[in-house]
Design a protein around this ligand. Structure first.
Ligand code: SF4
Length: 81
Protein backbone atom coordinates (compact mmCIF):
# COMPACT_ATOMS: atom_id res chain seq x y z
CA UNK A 1 0.00 0.00 0.00
CA UNK A 2 1.44 3.36 -0.95
CA UNK A 3 2.24 6.01 1.63
CA UNK A 4 -0.40 8.32 0.15
CA UNK A 5 -3.09 5.60 0.21
CA UNK A 6 -2.42 4.76 3.84
CA UNK A 7 -2.49 8.48 4.66
CA UNK A 8 -5.85 8.84 2.93
CA UNK A 9 -7.30 6.00 5.00
CA UNK A 10 -6.55 7.74 8.27
CA UNK A 11 -9.50 8.92 10.20
CA UNK A 12 -8.84 12.26 11.80
CA UNK A 13 -9.90 12.56 15.43
CA UNK A 14 -13.36 14.03 15.80
CA UNK A 15 -12.58 15.67 19.13
CA UNK A 16 -9.69 17.93 18.23
CA UNK A 17 -8.91 19.98 21.38
CA UNK A 18 -6.51 17.40 22.81
CA UNK A 19 -4.95 16.72 19.40
CA UNK A 20 -4.53 20.23 17.99
CA UNK A 21 -0.95 21.50 17.96
CA UNK A 22 -0.41 25.19 17.36
CA UNK A 23 3.18 25.05 16.20
CA UNK A 24 4.59 22.96 13.37
CA UNK A 25 5.57 19.76 15.21
CA UNK A 26 8.91 18.20 14.56
CA UNK A 27 10.56 15.00 15.73
CA UNK A 28 13.59 13.11 14.58
CA UNK A 29 11.67 9.87 15.03
CA UNK A 30 11.31 8.17 11.64
CA UNK A 31 7.76 7.12 12.53
CA UNK A 32 6.54 10.62 13.28
CA UNK A 33 4.44 12.54 10.78
CA UNK A 34 2.34 15.64 10.92
CA UNK A 35 -0.47 17.06 8.85
CA UNK A 36 -1.82 20.54 8.52
CA UNK A 37 -5.44 20.93 9.49
CA UNK A 38 -7.53 24.08 9.64
CA UNK A 39 -5.46 26.41 11.76
CA UNK A 40 -3.50 23.73 13.58
CA UNK A 41 -1.42 20.60 13.04
CA UNK A 42 -2.03 16.96 13.83
CA UNK A 43 0.76 14.53 14.72
CA UNK A 44 0.67 10.88 13.69
CA UNK A 45 2.63 7.85 14.82
CA UNK A 46 3.17 5.21 12.14
CA UNK A 47 3.94 2.53 14.73
CA UNK A 48 0.77 3.07 16.71
CA UNK A 49 -1.13 3.93 13.51
CA UNK A 50 -3.00 6.69 15.20
CA UNK A 51 -2.99 10.40 15.77
CA UNK A 52 -1.17 11.56 18.85
CA UNK A 53 -2.49 13.85 21.51
CA UNK A 54 -0.65 17.13 21.89
CA UNK A 55 1.05 15.88 25.07
CA UNK A 56 2.17 12.67 23.39
CA UNK A 57 3.47 14.60 20.37
CA UNK A 58 5.52 16.78 22.71
CA UNK A 59 7.21 13.63 24.02
CA UNK A 60 7.94 12.57 20.43
CA UNK A 61 9.62 15.92 19.89
CA UNK A 62 11.79 15.72 22.99
CA UNK A 63 12.18 12.09 24.00
CA UNK A 64 11.91 10.16 20.72
CA UNK A 65 15.23 8.40 21.33
CA UNK A 66 13.88 6.54 24.35
CA UNK A 67 10.35 5.92 23.08
CA UNK A 68 9.41 2.23 23.55
CA UNK A 69 7.13 2.34 20.50
CA UNK A 70 10.01 3.48 18.33
CA UNK A 71 12.00 0.47 19.48
CA UNK A 72 9.09 -1.78 18.45
CA UNK A 73 8.83 0.02 15.10
CA UNK A 74 12.52 -0.41 14.40
CA UNK A 75 12.32 -4.08 15.33
CA UNK A 76 9.31 -4.62 13.04
CA UNK A 77 11.09 -2.85 10.18
CA UNK A 78 14.13 -5.05 10.70
CA UNK A 79 12.02 -8.22 10.63
CA UNK A 80 10.42 -7.12 7.34
CA UNK A 81 13.82 -6.95 5.62
S1 SF4 B 1 5.21 7.60 19.77
FE1 SF4 B 1 7.36 6.98 19.63
S2 SF4 B 1 7.44 5.81 17.71
FE2 SF4 B 1 5.58 7.00 17.65
S3 SF4 B 1 6.15 8.87 16.58
FE3 SF4 B 1 6.38 9.25 18.77
S4 SF4 B 1 8.52 8.85 19.22
FE4 SF4 B 1 8.04 7.91 17.26
Amino acid sequence: MSEQMSRDKRRRPSYTPVFAIYHRPSSECEFFEYEEAEGYYLAYCKVLQRYLTRDAALKCENYWKTCPFRKIGLQMAEEKE
